[in-house]
Write a protein of this length. Sequence first.
Length: 432
Amino acid sequence: MARWTNWAGDQGCDPAYIERPGTLDALQKTIARLVERGHRVRASASGHSFTDCALTEGVMIRLDSLTRKLDFDRSSGLFKVEAGAVLHDLNRMLDAEGVAFENLGDIDRQTIAGSISTGTHGTGERFQNVSAQVEALELIAPDGSLVTIDDSEPDLLRAARVAVGSLGVVYSVTMRTVPAYTINRVDSPKPLREVLGSLDELNAGTDHFEFYVFPGTDVALCRESERTQEPPAPKHPAVVYGQEVMLENWVGKAFSAAVRARPELAPRLAELASKGIGRATKVDSSYKVFASERHIKFTEMEYAVPRERGRELIEGVLDIASRPELHVAWPIEVRFVAGDDSLLSPSHEQDTCYVAVHQDRKLAWEPYFRRVEAHARSLGGRPHWGKRHFRTAADLAPAYPRWDAFQAARARLDPEGVFTNAYSDRVLGPAT
Ligand SMILES: Cc1cc2nc3c(=O)[nH]c(=O)nc-3n(C[C@H](O)[C@H](O)[C@H](O)COP(=O)(O)OP(=O)(O)OC[C@H]3O[C@@H](n4cnc5c(N)ncnc54)[C@H](O)[C@@H]3O)c2cc1C
């Protein structure tokens, strides 16, 4: 038996065993053989989910060796890659062809399959989440056959883009790309009240807007990123290390340790952290600006609400987070994403405001996250599938108008529930 744990180190399982097929043929044969022997099968990837979505007591499939570029069509910009490719490497494969992702989240350690499966997103009110860039998928069915899913069956594609690992093991992803571009990013503190009063203007004024707030403070640490065609102007790696990696991680680590030792000092430390962050700029290739390095371990919940309820969500969460008994010293993070049509996307058919809350994984996070969830639910919130939440299929179903269409795709592709785990049983219900 081999123990498997996620990035945060707080979700783990003991799979019966772990399979790492090195070719498509081996992947197909492995799955057919396992299913024939009565195993449940679950793919896990980079383990960057905070939920138990990748865990299994059955057999774990890993696509660590299935990471190759399969095709690039310059005229359409479609790029086909094996599903185990890690975004960090995939970004460089795309750059070599002069193309890029339309938008990305804030790290690049996830795989392409893992990212799309949970609806991973970045920010920018005119841009959709990563899965919306997927034009086709190939996945392995329980009998080992390769199933191609594309726009010839639009509902199946809408189901498969964000499937939380539950329709089969994704072997390849074909995605839309855009010509490579530069991002010019400006970080600057602004008065929180002013920011909350001008969310529309701030979003309209830049391509990718987001901000952080330390609870109990009145400063929004804003990040405004413009897409340009100017050439990248990378800083010297030593400067980047000093300004970004050191500041965000090692100083943060010391800060975290202080809060862990004296949780009652959280409000004071949050105020100090907020004051210590000033103006900074970065102009580089898009994928180098979107991704940052995260070395401090934490746990996280993130909720999506309709864009017009965003302010209420932010204000309510800040009110909860600043209660001294919750000992929150981590900032909340606010992002904006355009709606898309994936059946289980938290941005399904609605422009969205996302608020993420973080807590030291060794401090009590549950009372904080439960209160945030209750507030987000009262505003029609949907949880990020890869981040902590307490929802179940019974109360998630009404939040997704096309829930039944997803379940129909599941019944068709995985009628025996081969690709289920405890998480999918809980949040999607048992496969029928
Ligand atoms: C530091 C950090 C920063 C993050 N930043 C962001 C962010 O900016 N935006 C955001 O939205 N999220 C963010 N996340 C969450 C993260 O993007 C998601 O949880 C993502 O799903 C993790 O991808 P992974 O490759 O690690 O997949 P895993 O966590 O290993 O798996 C995720 C799901 O995908 C399924 N899966 C994986 N591979 C396959 C396959 N081949 N076939 C079928 N199913 C498969 C698994 O079964 C599981 O259900 C962050 C997480 C961390 C730890």
